[in-house]
Design a protein. Sequence first.
Length: 109
Amino acid sequence: MSKTQSLSRALLLAVFAALLSLPASAARVDDRFVAAMQQYNDGRYAAAYGQLIELADGGHAEAARIALLMLRYGPTLYRSQWSATQEQIQYWLDLASRRQPTLVADAAD
């Protein structure tokens, strides 16, 4: 086995081990996010928004970003207008603005 193959295998095993060590609650959050996005993709925007804001209020950054977009463009894109408190909006903006970790190093780094 070459050194590159060994490193690739080690990285794959490390990622797999990290995924296995996720708490069950993280898996449930991801399942809820997937369900919310399925609602969105099926055109059930109000249901999706409801699920996304629950996730966003719980600290899910991607849900916060999407909820903010839906809130902002609701009347134009979805023919619906949703609401959120100023505190929610500020919290979601803070979440959405945080840089999320990636598996691939940024080119600028």
